[in-house]
Design a protein around this ligand. Sequence first.
Ligand SMILES: *Cc1c(COP(=O)(O)O)cnc(C)c1O
Length: 374
Amino acid sequence: MRFETLAVHAGHSPDATTGAVAPPLYLSTTFERAGDGSFPAGFVYIRDANPNRRRLEECLASLEGGAVCAAFPSGMAATHAIFQTLAPGDRVLLPEDAYYATSQIVRELLGRWGLRGDTVDCTDLDAVRRALETPSRLVWIETPSNPRLRITDISAVSELAHRAGALVVCDNTWATPALTRPLSLGVDLVMHSTTKYFGGHSDVQGGAVIARVEDRVFQSVRLAQTLAGGVPSPFDCWLIRRGAQSLAARLRVHCENAAIVARFLTGHRAVSAVHYPGLSSHPGHAIAARQMAAFGGMLSFEVAGGRSAAMAAAGRLRVITRATSLGGTESLIEHRASIEGAHTRAPEGLLRMSVGLEHPDDLTADLDQALGGT
Ligand SMILES: *Cc1c(COP(=O)(O)O)cnc(C)c1O
């Protein structure tokens, strides 16, 4: 079955006892034993497994083309579980523009437990090769990256990492499997913040780890999930599973709108740079064209005049909402440098935009009136 069909049907068969087409929500924390002491439906206790989480995990594994999935209550809980499979003294390589909390987990939380983290420019294969001369256990990929939409060549980095004996993880939150399938490009694990495009409506938080095979690494992720209790509620699973059904359809409009907004901004006199992998001027355009089915719904741009001009333009927006996060139906904009604080690498004039499902003419008109005053 093709992606769109799987998105609708994987983990979404009608309920066997009632015929309900929309899956029932199972709030039960515990499940009855049969007279002989067995558990006929395979469920024992909510933290170990739950029917709604099972359906979500089936769906996500299938959409990423993986064998298994562990669902978490947030993207960061998923990331933390992956790092927990490592041992003190292990070294991980992170992209220098990794999602801010990912590098903070390594730096501020797991550093105390002996995990060592170094950063590398993942878009520079020579730099990755040099960084791998020092033994490393894990290489983290995130593409397109935050906030400048830099593109990493997933298969090239995976090959270098595997040759050096390292595991490869790809944070596929921004591309989603509707656009990029990292497991088919050689990575071992895919991580998601399902809070974003999978949920799709800015109303539920979640995360996931999907593995190509159910090996010892995945078993260790599963143990971190069920033993440490990093599990999403049945309702959160239900919402994210529902969101997944329209993922492919929503992504088509997100991508179309983002391309229109990127083209509009490129020609605007108040804008000094536009970062969108769909633009032929983008340094990662050729790789993105190869490994993405379309160029995504995220972009960023730099307002001429720096921080104060960017803040002022964002302050004048009426349709586009000033808020962090991404992947919902509504367009969001955010000044990354002020949310990331002291260690930020984001240019001061940069605004990041999650392009939503509004009519593109309303988005460009809103940007035009907001930038007009700068
Ligand atoms: C949001 C995000 C995360 C973190 O996910 P949460 O659900 O907020 O914990 C990780 N990586 C990327 C790329 C994200 O956008």
